[in-house]
Write a protein that binds this ligand. Sequence first.
Ligand SMILES: NC(=O)c1ccc[n+]([C@@H]2O[C@H](COP(=O)([O-])OP(=O)(O)OC[C@H]3O[C@@H](n4cnc5c(N)ncnc54)[C@H](O)[C@@H]3O)[C@@H](O)[C@H]2O)c1
Length: 249
Amino acid sequence: MKNTNFDFKNKNAVVTGGAAGIGFQITKSFLEAGGNVSIWDYSEQALQNAKTEFAQYASQVHLTQVDVTNRESVANAAAALPWAVDILVNNAGITRDKSFAKMGPEDWDAVISTNLTGLFNVTKTLLEKFNSASAHKRIISISSVVGLYGNFGQTNYAAAKAGVIGMAKTWGKELGRKGFTSNAIAPGFIKTAMTMKMPTEVLDGMAAKVPVARLGETEDIANACLFLASEQAGYINGTVLSVDGGIVL
Ligand SMILES: NC(=O)c1ccc[n+]([C@@H]2O[C@H](COP(=O)([O-])OP(=O)(O)OC[C@H]3O[C@@H](n4cnc5c(N)ncnc54)[C@H](O)[C@@H]3O)[C@@H](O)[C@H]2O)c1
């Protein structure tokens, strides 16, 4: 469903992990609404695919290969930005699921360095790259329902995603006077290429647990993201917007 409710003409966004999955749809929705997007992603293949998919928006898209865990890589990407930033979407994330008993330090380090330290690296580096004239600066960080409620096999992921909420709220307090809002989105179970590899009966079982009786679409998250990025959402700050079909009710 094309989002025609918001106008992001002359607005510039950075979307980390914007070349695939939820980030791809967030990018697509911003582009359809007239915005410019710099996609920061470490997957060369995903970036190539995004370049092809977004060919019709070539003048609005800027693709950069960047690893959010690597501060030098992030600094280089920030230096290469073609414009000042209005909107940052911290979306890049990974999973390394194992029961706590089996989870090794490498599983912990990989998820924390991407899903938590990655947000520190990117947001810290981009702070001075925001459009200082704008009173509508936006930071939107993708957390998870798991960050609010925990999950089997996801000690590392739950810790990182709870940390994202802490960061989003702190930035809401610290940066509010400087024209920013900072919010988090907590998606439930969203249909992406990765999750669609699961057996149909497992997916059906998960959908049956959701009060609205379906799994989430990437558009559901992108719609929430565009709303929080809009000028109309200017009094929403430091909140966590659950987009999960009511799965935890
Ligand atoms: N899919 C879900 O059900 C779900 C639910 C809740 C939260 N989330 C969160 O939403 C976000 C997007 O998830 P997704 O399902 O679209 O994942 P995905 O794997 O489909 O896409 C993630 C993208 O991030 C990129 N990426 C990963 N590590 C990176 C790094 N170090 N530097 C730069 N780019 C990197 C990948 O290349 C990929 O393009 C993640 O933060 C995830 O934790 C997803």
